[in-house]
Write a protein that binds this ligand. Structure first.
Ligand SMILES: *Cc1c(COP(=O)(O)O)cnc(C)c1O
Length: 396
């Protein structure tokens, strides 16, 4: 007998979301997630992926992934600590450490999983974590899982951080205190103030943790936000994902040897969840190789980002203060934002609307992620559609 209590809970809550217009209908992409995608048989210019460098569909990665299936099979067969550590995993981790300029690195099955794993392996109920209020959901969940006291500070507000770090330190209540932040914030494209954060960390003896999901491949000539500021020796945890600029799937922490040794014996998803597949790790290793060999993709992505930003600005849109290719187009009111995104879709641009509660009320936006795989023609086409819809709706 299915539970009637569950049934009622699900139906009531689903209905409530639908009534509020908050129920997300999932779009199915028919084919690869490239610069153009097909949804419901309709071809669209794709401005919503995190595939920054276009590597998700790169032929060189596809090639090595196929070879890895032939040589190692489709699955790793076990968790890392039993016998799911293949030579391919070791190669990837060595490559990540080289890329990040650290002694060592550890790979996980995803970035989300990595934050759940790494934070709670080091922090516990006798500790405190200073967390930027705009940090990603996986950081928030990772912090919660650790049972440490979470001290939120105002977004990139260094006075607030210093004050809260001082209070935490002087309270004498905590064994360890960590500061954790996104390297690049995904909604606005702004960069964390890492030099100041490192200074405050030194002053109050804080552990530093940077989640560089949106900075890796993008800043520091590709090596990330920490490299961008030349702080490789000052950040304890350089965390990142293999699913955005790297184009595949997985997550990692790069850092000192003893940190990685500890994570390998204490982080639960490493111990209790099967490791990344041979094709995935091999494609990731190849992607990092490509990034280290040449900045061509990185440079093209930045060019495209600058081009799209300039175009939208000239049309009269509010594109916020992004410091990276992430290009928000702020519409404001929630309903208008959703309508704008829908109209773009009808005209041939896929750019998802992001509204409260993901961003503050009244700051609804359509977020654009230009990639290295877009051509100028595609961006011009997208800009023409933006102009048409913006004028039709009286926004510009
Ligand atoms: C996307 C993202 C993650 C999760 O990475 P996945 O590899 O997709 O699980 C973690 N942190 C931040 C800041 C992200 O943007």
């Amino acid at each position: 007998m299915p539970s009637e209590t569950l049934n009622q809970f699900l139906n009531d809550n689903l209905q409530e979301l639908k009534d509020q217009g908050l129920y997300n209908e999932i779009n199915v992409v028919e084919g690869p997630n490239g610069p153009r995608i097909t949804i419901d048989g309709k071809e669209l210019i794709n401005l919503s992926s995190n595939n920054y460098l276009g590597l998700a569909t790169d032929d060189r990665l596809k090639e090595v992934a196929k070879d890895a299936v032939d040589s190692h099979g489709v699955g790793a067969g076990a968790v890392r600590t039993i016998n799911g550590t293949l030579d391919l995993h070791v190669k990837l981790e060595e490559k990540i450490a080289e890329f990040k300029g650290t002694e060592s690195a550890i790979a996980y099955q995803s970035g989300f999983n990595c934050n759940m794993a790494a934070i709670s392996a080091v922090m516990d109920k006798n500790d405190a974590i200073l967390s930027d209020e705009l940090n990603h959901a996986s950081i928030i969940d990772g912090c919660r899982l650790s049972k440490a006291k979470i001290l939120r500070f105002n977004h990139s507000d260094m006075d607030d951080l210093r004050q809260k770090a001082k209070e935490a330190k002087e309270s004498g209540q905590y064994n360890k205190i960590m500061i954790i932040t996104d390297g690049v914030f995904s909604m606005d494209g702004d960069i964390a103030k890492l030099p100041e954060i490192v200074e405050i960390a030194k002053e109050f003896d804080l552990i530093t943790y940077v989640d560089d999901a949106h900075g890796s491949g993008v800043l520091g000539k590709g090596a990330g936000t920490v490299k961008h500021f030349g702080l490789q020796n000052d950040i304890d945890f350089q965390m990142g994902t293999l699913s955005k600029a790297i184009g595949v799937v997985g997550g990692y922490v790069a850092g000192k040897q003893n940190l990685i040794d500890w994570l390998k014996v204490r982080s639960r998803p490493f111990l209790f969840s099967t490791s990344l597949s041979p094709a995935d790790v091999t494609a990731c290793t190849k992607a990092i190789d490509l990034l280290m060999e040449s900045t061509e993709l990185h440079d093209r992505m930045w060019e495209n980002g600058d081009y799209l930003k300039k175009g939208l600005k000239e049309l009269g849109f509010d594109i916020g203060d992004s410091e990276t290719p992430i290009t928000p187009c702020v519409i404001g009111e929630e309903k208008a934002t959703q309508e704008f995104s829908k109209r773009l879709f009808d005209e041939g641009v896929y750019a998802k609307s992001i509204v409260f509660p993901t961003v503050p009320k009244g700051s609804g936006r359509v977020r654009n992620m230009p990639t290295a795989a877009h051509t100028k023609e595609m961006l011009d086409e997208a800009l023409a559609i933006y102009e048409k819809v913006g004028k039709d709706m009286g926004l510009i």
